[in-house]
Design a protein around this ligand. Structure first.
Ligand code: IPE
Length: 270
């Protein structure tokens, strides 16, 4: 049986979070090649669903319109379209890069297939995605807007979509590849001596929970704390699934984990 991996390319690594609408094309192309290399080595032994964040595309616009808070003003629905467009623009860049190196990527637009209620994902139409996966394609999803039954609209992050997919598809691993090396005991941007936590599990969860703060920059979907907490809960619910939070900045990291190599970086959650 081949291994199924859900891989997120964080918005912080594929965009320049300090410059609106700026994709890091060199990084995206490198990551696409690393993904291709993993497929070349593993062939049918690897199945992959890719998700990516929105970084300086969607987050900027979503913060401007307060899309995560719902239909709060006369411009909210215009904002809904603007955020969806920004997220899709970045998605085109990512999918193009994957296809150029020969990864059979196919995009699934979350805003066309999800429904939330009070920012909680209530429905996600996954049948077409699962069919694509079954036929050796590589589905690509991304953080997007969603129609929300309680507040008009909301934002769905890649992690929330992955959570839903993981419960349906039981992957062996979820890999969240971003800009930081993993989960730190303190914010490494503020405290450069902050220590990396190598493993998060039942034995240290409570301690980790109290240590974590939010990520910096404009992030309307919760930052590091929510990410770690949700992944921890998911791995608790679905053993032996593991989640890993790691950096994609270092060339070769993503390739190594996709190939299933033993690695000594990142934070493993299980
Ligand atoms: C955010 O998605 C989606 C929008 C703001 C439209 P994610 O939460 O998955 O993205 P990043 O990784 O934080 O950019």
């Amino acid at each position: 049986m081949s291994e199924l991996i859900l891989l997120k390319l964080g918005g912080s690594v594929i965009t320049d979070k300090t410059q609106p609408f700026t994709a890091r094309l060199d990084v995206i192309e490198r990551l696409a090649q690393e993904i291709k290399n993993a497929f070349t080595e593993r062939g049918d032994d690897l199945r992959l669903i890719i998700g990516h964040g929105s970084g300086s595309f969607g987050h900027e616009v979503a913060a401007r319109y307060q899309t995560h808070k719902g239909a709060v003003g006369p411009d909210s629905w215009l904002g809904f379209a603007e955020v969806a467009h920004a997220a899709a623009e970045l998605n085109h860049i990512v999918v193009n890069a994957l296809r150029r190196v020969g990864v059979p990527a196919i995009r699934f637009q979350p805003s066309a297939s999800t429904r939330t209620r009070g920012e909680q994902l209530m429905y996600f139409e996954t049948f077409p995605l699962k069919e694509a996966l079954k036929h050796d394609l590589v589905p690509v999803i991304y953080g997007d807007v969603s129609v929300d039954a309680a507040q008009g609209m909301s934002i769905v992050s890649t992690e929330v979509l992955f959570d839903n997919l993981a419960r349906e598809l039981t992957p062996s691993r979820i890999i969240l590849a971003g800009q930081v090396d993993g989960v730190y005991k303190a914010d490494p941007n503020i405290n450069p001596d902050a220590e990396l936590i190598e493993d998060i599990d039942r034995t240290n969860w409570e301690e980790v929970e109290t240590m974590l703060g939010g990520s910096h920059g404009t992030d309307v979907t919760g930052g590091m704390f929510t990410k770690v907490r949700d992944m921890y809960r998911l791995t608790l619910a679905m053993p032996p699934m593991q989640a890993m939070i790691m950096s994609a900045e270092e060339a070769g990291n993503v390739e190594a984990v996709l190939k299933g190599q033993m690695v000594s970086f990142g934070t493993l959650i299980n």
